[in-house]
Design a protein around this ligand. Structure first.
Ligand SMILES: *Cc1c(COP(=O)(O)O)cnc(C)c1O
Length: 222
């Protein structure tokens, strides 16, 4: 299968999943996760019309996208990996959406950048729904305080993102994220990857992050 066929297949599966859950009206955005993919696959995806991409490392994303911005002014770039405070300024400059706000220090750094006049990307909070120690994201019980801190700093948060634990049924994590978003009046839900995006859509995903099912296997694990 070439990338055109893969895009068509994934798009069909997204539509079908939305339809079977009566979410016809809701648009589900496909975020093509381009991390680690070779240039020719990126070019093929662009030629096929994809414009929304996800990256998990700031520096790698700069190398891949900074120059392509001019050729493709309608690109939308999502940061989906953990963000260190010292890379926040670069991330703010490059990305349209930062999905991984997850701790007070980062909130304060972003607020400072906003104060100096930088236009901030759209922001999502990453929730560590499985409370895994090695994983980024705010624990569900700490979410209210983090959202409150964002409000104090006048940082608008549009939604939530999660990455379920690898060896667990993802549905319960998607359900939890949807419940938390609803409770806090947040409309954007970034959840679902190659193996589980249809399930995520059933639980209300507005953005699915699909890498290997679109581009093929990545060259190295990340
Ligand atoms: C790599 C990655 C994805 C894409 O994973 P696939 O299983 O290849 O679709 C999605 N979300 C995040 C946060 C990732 O790091």
């Amino acid at each position: 299968m070439d990338i055109h066929q893969r895009i068509a297949e994934i798009t069909d599966r997204i539509k079908l999943a939305a339809q079977t859950t009566n979410r016809l009206a809701v648009k589900v955005t496909l975020v093509a996760v381009s991390k680690v993919q070779p240039d020719e696959r990126i070019e093929a995806a662009l030629a096929a019309g994809l414009r929304v991409f996800g990256e998990n490392r700031v520096q790698e994303a700069q190398g891949r996208w900074a120059n392509r911005r001019q050729a493709y002014p309608d690109l939308t770039l999502h940061l989906i990996g953990p963000l260190q405070s010292n890379k926040a300024e670069d991330a703010v400059a490059l990305f349209d959406v930062i999905e991984t706000v997850d701790r007070p220090k980062l909130v304060e750094t972003l607020a400072k950048l906003a104060q100096t006049g930088q236009k901030l990307p759209k922001l999502l909070v990453q929730v560590n729904t499985g409370e895994e120690e090695q994983k980024a994201g705010v624990a569900p019980r700490d979410l209210p305080a983090l959202l409150q801190l964002c409000a104090i700093h006048e940082l608008p948060i549009e939604g939530l993102m999660c990455i379920p634990p690898e060896n667990e049924e993802p549905a319960m994590h998607f359900a939890l994220l949807a419940k938390l978003a609803k409770r806090h009046g947040l409309s954007v839900l970034s959840m679902g990857m190659s193996g589980d995006f249809e399930t995520a859509i059933k639980f209300g995903a507005t953005h699915v992050r699909v890498g290997s099912a679109l581009f093929g296997e990545r060259m190295r694990a990340v």
